[in-house]
Design a protein around this ligand. Structure first.
Ligand code: SF4
Length: 399
């Protein structure tokens, strides 16, 4: 898997495209699309001392120079992950009156957490996990279904690469659920980590600062308008799921709004709680739980029937995706925390927009999915999980 999903595989595809160009068989080339994650961009921007905008445009320039046709930003697909999570929460909140596994809803965008839940807790915990796909996999559907049809291509004529802050995203992309038997292709063909992009820069013998910028614009490119300018989402380095789900829940369930959410640190910085209490209404209680120790605590509480949260934003890495295992490591003499603070500062320097107000989102819902809550929206934006029941062999029991 690791050799299959690496920068080497991307180089092979680009070389094959070059060969086809030289032999006049351009129509056989695959259209190469790279989707950048905002956490990877922040890590590279920090290493090369660039602003987020500069890093974004230079990364786009770098990939295009290598022969990539289109460079997108997974912040665009995160709009759909956030909006779907919000709607799913409200639906489950009302279902909770009759269905015991509707709440708490547990966020699903971290494959480290999903693998752990499937393998360690069998089918017990899975009904609680949100069915909404992660930004990487929604980008996969956008590229292989929507973008492909707009370009008059079949999904297998596109080679789709994502740049991600962690290795677990390679496992996520390889899940059978994200493979099309019809076209024999994955929604995301190859995942390369931030560190692997840095190795590509080394191989090409350039620093990111030396690369020429590319500021071509499309709704999926991450630039909010043809004049440039990146946008992000409020609420931290893993996407701000709690922030958006809570605000939406308060507006839809209680018909009210909150100015600022008050985060209360519980056991440690990676375990925080937010409660919104409005007079005469049932309080809505949510938490962030990052890192395995905090995750285990949540899982145990659910198993013992002691869970009081309605929603938990779960991420396997302490501090979330900005601190993923595939990010650029500290230099000599630099501590992990010093580097992390700088990456977070870069990540948070991007102005935020509400996902429903994002340029193009409403149009894509209409044009691609026929609106919200349609059958196609369910198929393209949601997924399912598979518990690995503990068998004698999985537990390594000798009979
Ligand atoms: Fe990957 Fe860590 Fe983010 Fe999970 S929290 S998606 S393991 S970087």
């Amino acid at each position: 898997l690791i050799t299959q999903q690496s920068q080497e595989e991307l180089y092979n595809v680009l070389q094959e495209n070059l060969r086809l160009q030289q032999t006049g068989e351009v129509d056989k080339q695959r259209v190469v699309v790279v989707s950048l994650s905002p956490q990877s961009r922040a890590s590279l921007a920090t290493k090369y001392q660039l602003s987020s905008e500069e890093a974004h445009q230079k990364l786009s320039g770098f990939f295009k120079k290598l022969g990539v046709h289109h460079v997108f930003d997974t912040t665009f697909s995160r709009n759909f992950s956030l909006l779907e999570s919000c709607r799913e929460f409200v639906r489950r909140y009302y279902e909770g009156e009759t269905n015991k596994t509707s709440l708490p809803m547990l966020a699903s965008s971290c494959p480290g957490w999903i693998c752990y839940a499937e393998k360690t807790h069998g089918s017990y915990i899975l009904p609680y996990i949100s069915s909404t796909k992660s930004p990487q996999q929604i980008m996969g559907s956008l590229v292989k279904d929507y973008f492909a049809s707009k370009q008059g291509l079949t999904p297998n004529q596109i080679y789709h690469v994502t740049v991600m802050p962690c290795y677990d995203k390679k496992l996520e992309a390889s899940r059978q659920d994200f493979y099309s038997d019809l076209y024999q292709t994955r929604d995301v063909d190859c995942v390369i980590t931030t560190g692997e992009v840095d190795k590509m820069l080394e191989k090409e013998n350039v620093t990111l600062g030396q690369v020429e910028v590319d500021n071509s614009y499309s709704v999926m490119s991450g630039l909010i308008s043809p004049d440039g300018g990146l946008r992000s989402h409020i609420g931290g380095g893993s996407g701000g799921y709690l922030e958006h789900v809570m605000r939406y829940a308060v507006s839809q369930i209680h018909g009210s709004s909150v100015e600022n959410l008050q985060y209360k640190t519980m056991r440690n910085q990676d375990f925080q709680e937010v409660t919104v209490e409005l007079e005469g209404k049932r309080p809505i209680k949510m938490a962030l739980a990052y890192g395995f120790r905090n995750i285990q605590n949540i899982v145990q509480k659910i198993k013992r029937g002691k869970m009081t949260y309605d929603f938990v934003e779960i991420m396997a890495c302490p501090s979330g995706c900005v601190n993923g295992g595939g990010q650029i490591r500290p230099t000599e003499g630099q501590t992990n925390n010093e580097l992390l603070d700088r990456v977070k500062a870069n990540y948070n320097s991007v102005a935020c927009v509400q996902p429903d107000l994002w340029n193009g989102v409403k149009e894509v819902y209409e044009d691609w999915l026929g609106g919200v809550d349609t059958e196609k929206a369910q198929a393209m934006l949601h997924t399912q999980y598979h518990g690995v029941e503990k068998t004698a062999s999985a537990l390594n029991i000798q009979w």
